[in-house]
Ligand binder design. Sequence first.
Ligand SMILES: Nc1ncnc2c1ncn2[C@@H]1O[C@H](COP(=O)(O)OP(=O)(O)OP(=O)(O)O)[C@@H](O)[C@H]1O
Length: 457
Amino acid sequence: MCKSAGRILLVDDDEFVLLSVKLLLEPHFASVKTTNNPERIPALFEQEQFDVVVLDMNFRHGDTTGNQGLFWLRKILSLHPDTQIILLTAYGDIQLAVDSIKEGALDFIVKPWQNEKLLTTVKTANVVSQEKKNVKLLKSQQKSLVSALRQAHEPLIGNSPALNAIRKTIDKVAPTEAEVLILGQNGTGKEVIAREIHARSKRADGIFMAVDVGSLSESLFESELFGHRKGAFTDAKEDRIGRFEAAAGGTLLLDEIGNLSLPLQAKLLTVLQHKKVTRLGTHEPIALDVRIVCATNCNLHAMVSDGKFREDLLYRINTVEMTVPPLHDRAEDIPLIATHFLKKFSAKYQKPYLKLSEAALAQLQGYRWPGNIRELQHAVERAVIMCEGEELLPDDFGRDPQKVQGEFSFERLNLEQLEAWAIRKAIAKHHGNISHAAEELGLSRGALYRRIETYGI
Ligand SMILES: Nc1ncnc2c1ncn2[C@@H]1O[C@H](COP(=O)(O)OP(=O)(O)OP(=O)(O)O)[C@@H](O)[C@H]1O
């Protein structure tokens, strides 16, 4: 017979009871210990963590109050809350049974017992104890995963008026449960913003989960988001919870929501309206406990006008709406973000001495960054890898200078950005010689120094 991993402790003052229960349980459990003295319970727990204790209610001869049993029940549960306790008494006192279960006992058995019933009860108690331990373990694993994920996420870098306005909106919206819609081109930082909302919300201890709903096929959509029961469809080999349930207590980012087909939009709307999901193959709706944030690079308002996006869904998801501008519209953020990535990648590639040259910075600020911050991140990583000296030079970024020039667009910079860019370029051209740069720019050295300070060059 295959023994289960359970460790059982029997406590009774009657040696005959101890022996017969031990003989009954021993073939089924890894360890069965006995004692006729309840005072020894703490010492026995020091030697072994018992999963189940079968505890007599009355130890003194003639005592039928059950008070001793209740005392030891409380004591064990206060020290070892995961241990399951089954009480054993010769007196079928229903009130005592009710009291002991109220105090936390799992079950109650009346002497003389039926072997079959006692064995089943101890087996069930052992399963409950193991499950409780598993849940505790999973919870602590989830906690460390959540904190590891939180550490892994990029901070929101930038000091442009546009980004500061977004920060202000995050401050207001994060503590609420309002649905937020984040619009913006690919790579502008929509997910970073969604994470920031989560990190500053009441759900910060819960999980942040992003799901690219736009890439889910019609057939996968429901099982991925709502979950399924084993056998709900051909490939459903086991029960599976969906993302809505998996993110319970946290925040779910529905990314690329503009790519959802109209039928899937209808399904999502139903879930959001009723705040309930039903796993495929089941009929019991489960209440949603998740904050929804949506993101897309599509113009949902235009899609509504064209009949490609449901207006009712748009109004369900955009209680607060924010648009993240493309990187070239906030060129003043580029030095800060590039420096952030330089720090990150110079540490990763063990080149902590690396610096950004003025010429490289001028090139980065002049480039259009069609892939936005994601492209800038990759460009800096490449430059760190390729750089042979102590300064990152324009060539290290692997961008064709012609293309950079070609893609540079003056009309996208305001006057101050344009001036800062021209100053950087002149300084780089003259290898840091301020007099020559000032001469080329038609400024006095003092005027150039003042501007360098103003623009933080
Ligand atoms: N303000 C920022 N500061 C620092 N890093 C950022 C910032 N915004 C974005 N990033 C980084 O740029 C990359 C792209 O950001 P993110 O994934 O948030 O963009 P997205 O708009 O959600 O992109 P997509 O639309 O393609 O999903 C990520 O590596 C992210 O960490």
